[in-house]
Write a protein that binds this ligand. Structure first.
Ligand code: ADP
Ligand code: MG
Length: 677
């Protein structure tokens, strides 16, 4: 079973088979990741110029980029003062007016290139409305009178990403030639597309480079993006199919004998959303194939309780459970919760993190510091809580029925795969508190079914968010002092551990800690960051939980999962240095109890985009809306963080925009796979 190859082998030929590409140019093209003819044909233009008619220089306006066509009437290097760097300037004339173009750093090739009498196309924007009319650092293209005029002028032309030594004009010519010769080799993949809506693939490739109208560009892009998504979905869905054919599910539906007393002792009633999700999970765990489910829910929506119930189903069925968290703090928090919940039910809970290693006897550490004897590994119905250390080499959990991964975006897709291979295809529940925009969900987790908790437990105080400048900090600290005096607690977050020489303006916890102590004197302040020893970290967290510490000065280390309902203030300085999703996560640390909570984002950022981003947080508490906005503003790589390895390499697809295309691709591929081809 395979997707009909969208291309045939001719297109896989080296790019040197295009006329005009010799050894030298092939090397330059390789710098742009262009190795084959197909790579060249799919080299996406970075912008377009409408060269059907040129604007007279006389009519140029300061705020509008435009292309003009003019002859050089004067050119040369200018030095204003001794010792200053040289500037290169040339003057163009198009018969209506003159245009001065300047480059602040004269390059040695310029005098030989910008020669009086030569004709150029010049793309740029007037510096201001003063005379002489001036472009600074415009893009230019030499007009060569000759045979391929129709490629470079009198039409909408593409301007491609370039590299030094390769001009826009050469690139355009190469692509034109490649199209002329190989266009008919671009095969239509057999995916039953409605060709009334989408152009044929070969047509789309031509249109993306040489559109008749500018509106053609987006149509062509969509077609080419769809092909990318189809290929991607094909990978995802056939992997899942293969997996299902391979693996039989362990029966883990449970019999409620632990669940009943657990729910009775829990102290709250599950929300309707939590109950619904549990129904889906139970159906999965009693199904034919091992569960592969992503559970998403905004911070504080109660995913841990859902995880606990799922664990109980497996435990009741006589299987062990592994729960993996991304940090030690979180693993320990889960360990504490699960110990509190499960020990009374007679279920053993064990902890395994990097700093609390299993002993030589293969045992695991318990909360009271005692080692678990290896016998626990053989007795049924245990839950193992830990970081990725849980799955380090040589440590195979026996009778593993369910693996739960919390905050999974920190792990990466490949890791997830190897993880569940360890056991006998246990059920897998992945939990994420970073709401993932639908497009990313379908792309990254297309092989997982998705459940969403879309309701917050009741009885929570509201969270108010404010953006303030540093000028207001004294007032902010007065406010925090007032809240702490009233019995509440606060988080105070800075981007850095230590002040960096290169960026003295970015505040760091180690330095600010003293300032905070001064500002909040009389109260106990804790310090938390990645370079503090685990034992000390744990002690600080324990003191914060029991309100021995009133304010915690921390890095974004506390971003995920930490749960202290009495903390109602979150102050984040240099807020512009955090991603939106990250700020939302941080804000999720408050608003967990009945008291009203306050998130104060402090930033002096002048940039309108930075201000717009912070404003989004002021306006909404909805994690999905924030994630969508973040995706649009920063792109998927930034949104997911560096650790994310699973992002596909898309030339035409735009994950911030293409939900509909991804959905279509998904359906098309599902149909193809169903028909069993
Ligand atoms: P998250 O989804 O961010 O992991 P948690 O599972 O940490 O959220 O839950 C946040 C808080 O809400 C915890 O203190 C938890 O005990 C509480 N909680 C969970 N479910 C409910 C519920 N149905 N009603 C009331 N409180 C709940
Ligand atoms: Mg959580």
């Amino acid at each position: 079973m395979s997707l009909p190859e969208p291309t045939v082998s001719q297109l896989a030929a080296p790019v040197s088979s295009v006329w005009g590409v010799g050894e030298e140019r092939a090397k330059l093209l390789a710098r742009l990741d262009i190795f084959t003819i197909e790579d060249l044909l799919l080299h996406k233009p970075r912008r377009y110029e409408d060269r059907r008619k040129f604007l007279p220089i006389r009519d140029l306006k300061p705020d509008e980029a435009a292309t003009v066509r003019g002859k050089i009437i004067a050119a040369g290097i200018k030095c204003f003062k001794k010792g200053m760097r040289a500037m290169f300037e040339c003057v163009f004339d198009d018969g209506t007016a003159r245009l001065h173009c300047r480059w602040w750093q004269a390059q040695s090739w310029m005098p030989d290139w910008y020669v009086v009498g030569r004709e150029f196309l010049i793309f740029g924007k007037l510096d201001d409305d003063k005379k002489p009319r001036t472009f600074t650092h415009p893009e230019t293209e030499l007009v060569e009178p000759g045979d391929d005029e129709f490629i470079h002028v009198n039409r909408i032309v593409p301007v491609h990403p370039l590299t030094e030594g390769l001009t826009a004009r050469v690139m355009r010519s190469l692509i034109w030639r490649a199209l002329e010769k190989f266009e008919k080799e671009i095969a239509e993949p057999d995916i039953k597309l409605d060709l009334k809506i989408f152009p044929e693939r070969s047509n789309a490739v031509r249109m993306i480079h040489f559109p008749e109208e500018l509106t053609d560009v987006e149509i062509a892009r969509q077609r080419l993006a769809l092909d990318e998504y189809v290929a991607l979905q094909f990978q995802i869905q056939s992997r899942r199919k293969k997996f299902e054919a391979l693996s039989k599910a362990l029966p883990c539906s449970g019999d409620n004998r632990l669940m009943k007393p657990f729910l009775a002792a829990l102290g709250f009633k599950l929300t309707a959303a939590q109950t619904n999700v549990l129904k889906e999970i139970r159906a999965d765990m009693s199904g034919k194939h091992p569960m592969r489910r992503l559970l998403q829910g905004d911070v504080g929506s109660g995913k841990t309780a859902v995880a606990a119930c799922s664990a109980l189903m497996a435990l009741e069925s006589g299987f062990n459970v592994a729960l993996m968290a991304p940090t030690e703090i979180l693993a320990e928090q889960h360990f504490r919760n699960f110990t509190k919940w499960f020990e009374p039910l007679g279920v053993k809970v064990a902890l395994q993190t990097g700093s609390r290693k299993s002993g030589e006897d293969g045992g695991l550490q318990m909360e009271d510091g005692k080692r678990v004897r290896p016998s626990i590994l053989n007795s049924p119905s245990s839950i193992f809580v830990g970081t990725h250390a849980l799955f380090t080499a040589g440590f195979d959990l026996p009778k593993l029925g369910l693996v739960i991964i919390d905050e999974q975006h920190k792990f990466g897709v490949a890791q997830r795969e190897t993880l569940v291979r360890k056991g006998n295809y246990p059920h897998l529940l992945v939990m994420t508190a970073t709401p993932i925009p639908r497009t990313l969900g379908l792309t990254l987790y297309g092989d997982l079914d998705v459940s969403t908790i879309d309701e917050m437990p009741g009885g929570r105080g509201a969270i108010k968010t404010f953006v303030r400048t540093t000028e207001k900090l004294p007032k902010v600290f007065d406010f925090i002092r007032e809240k702490i005096s009233g019995g509440r607690q606060a988080y105070i977050v800075y981007p850095r551990v230590e002040v960096a020489d290169t960026d003295k303006d970015i505040k760091a916890v180690t330095k600010e800690f003293e300032n905070v102590q001064r500002a909040l004197n009389g109260f106990k302040i804790g310090l938390l960051h990645g370079r503090i020893k685990p034992a000390e970290k744990e002690k600080t967290m324990a003191d914060f939980r029991s309100n021995k510490i009133q304010a915690l000065v921390a890095t974004s280390l506390i971003e995920v999962g930490v749960d202290v309902p009495n903390a109602t203030v979150m102050l984040i300085e240099n807020a512009e240095h955090f991603g939106l999703a990250q700020l939302h996560q941080l804000r999720g640390r408050i608003g967990r109890g009945a008291h009203e909570s306050f998130c104060i984002l402090v930033s002096d950022a002048q940039h309108p985009e930075a201000q717009a981003r912070l404003k989004i947080l002021e306006e909404t508490n909805d994690g999905f809306k924030i994630a969508e906005a973040d995706l649009k503003l920063r792109g998927p790589g930034e949104l997911l963080g560096q650790q994310q390895s699973g992002l596909p390499n898309l030339r035409f697809g735009n994950l911030a925009e293409d939900l509909n295309l991804i959905r279509q691709a998904r359906e098309l591929v599902a149909k193809i796979l169903q028909s069993g081809r």
